[in-house]
Design a binder for this molecule. Structure first.
Ligand SMILES: [Zn+2]
Length: 93
């Protein structure tokens, strides 16, 4: 319960901005498939309420899939990864 309470307390205090930070960090863990069931659920609940994290999640997922495909010698056009990356970086905060 500790972590969840900590995040809740923080996000209440700092409103949405920090909740995003927490979520962004958790997104990476979820995407790396290292999150436990509870974290997975928390992130997915947040994704349903937050379009920005939702987009981030799916873009990141796409990038990871493409990179993985490349590692497996699947032919992925260079420009595709770059265009997705620039889309992520241009995401206004
Ligand atoms: Zn968010």
């Amino acid at each position: 319960m500790g972590l969840f309470g900590w995040i809740k307390g923080k996000s209440r205090k700092h409103n949405d901005a920090l909740a995003h930070e927490e979520c962004m960090q958790m997104l990476q863990v979820v995407l790396d498939e290292e999150a436990d069931e509870k974290k997975n659920k928390q992130v997915h609940e947040h994704l349903q309420k937050c379009m920005k994290c939702y987009e981030m999640f799916h873009l990141d997922k796409k990038i990871k899939e493409l990179l993985k495909a490349r590692c497996n010698n699947v032919n992925v056009p260079e420009g595709l990864i770059e265009s997705i990356k620039s889309k992520v970086n241009n995401n206004p905060t």
